[in-house]
Ligand binder design. Structure first.
Ligand SMILES: Cc1ncc(COP(=O)(O)O)c(C=O)c1O
Length: 268
């Protein structure tokens, strides 16, 4: 069979991370004590209120096709959150619900190439997150992509959004209609609770990530030939190799360090 050129274009280096993740899952399922440093899949429990609202929606048989780019209440809740956090006007018309931030980036880039990825806005440690949308004169020319995957530990919901000019929402509506037919109603019902309420689990999750970041920085500083840069937020760590030979072998260098036994399990 002949495949389209797209098949080659999407064979990116990002696949390697998922390969390590798959191996880590396999070894955990086989009984090994594994610490996941692989993909950004939160291991904390999601907020109970979000799960309850999702289950209640399923029990109410909210299983039909949904509003393509989100129910008005969900789009309004996202718009209110953006307006509250940025101090700029944002209306439901500026918002499109998409399948996670990853789906949002894809959709936005399909309609219009532009910067912006705020999936870690709730996990900023060094200083409060500043959205490009909040800067003077930027709201009209900024596309914000975000989701609840990390902040609420619900990546499987595939719930995210794109905020931008109203015209973009209308293009996104056409695109999402072709692609997914919209985010399931029971997912949107659960996400609405996350958007409208301050949930204690989210605060606890933030603090836990901050503590983990400090622990990991301390551990990585002991790695040979490396300098650990403490993360200012999110779930990522940057390690700089001091020796040019180490820099050239960046990936290979990371492996033995990341897999080192930390005394708390095997880090992968
Ligand atoms: C920087 C960044 N953006 C986006 C995503 C994907 O987020 P979502 O689950 O909302 O698609 C990830 C996942 O690891 C990520 O690390």
């Amino acid at each position: 069979m002949r495949y389209s050129p797209l098949a080659d274009r999407i064979t990116g280096s990002g696949r390697g991370t998922w390969n390590v993740h798959a191996e880590a899952v396999r070894r955990r399922n086989a009984g090994e004590d594994i610490i996941f440093l692989t993909v950004g899949d939160p291991d904390q429990d999601p907020p109970e209120a979000v799960i309850e609202a999702t289950v209640a929606a399923l029990r109410a048989h909210r299983t039909g096709y949904s509003a393509t780019i989100g129910y008005p209440a969900v789009r309004e809740a996202i718009a209110a959150r953006v307006a509250r956090r940025t101090g700029q006007v944002c209306a439901a018309d500026n918002v499109a619900v998409v399948p996670g931030a990853q789906g949002g980036l894809y959709c936005a880039l399909q309609c219009l190439a532009g910067p912006g990825d705020e999936v870690y806005e709730d996990l900023a440690f060094a200083r409060p997150h500043v959205s490009a949308w909040s800067l003077p004169g930027m709201a009209d020319c900024t596309i914000v992509v975000s989701s609840l995957s990390k902040s609420h530990a619900i990546p499987a919901f595939r719930f995210g959004w794109v905020v931008g000019p109203r015209a973009l929402s209308s293009h996104l509506s056409n695109l999402v209609l072709c692609m997914t037919y919209g985010s399931p109603a029971f997912i949107q019902d659960g996400a609405l609770v996350a958007l409208q309420r301050e949930l204690p689990e989210v605060v606890a999750l933030h603090e836990e990530y901050r503590a983990r970041a400090s622990l990991l920085t301390a551990l990585l500083r002991e790695a040979p030939g490396c300098r650990a840069v403490p993360p200012e937020g999110g779930r990522r760590h940057v390690r700089a190799a001091r020796h040019p030979r180490h820099r050239a072998r960046g990936r290979r260098l990371c492996r033995p360090v990341a897999r080192a036994r930390t005394g708390r399990g095997i880090a992968m």
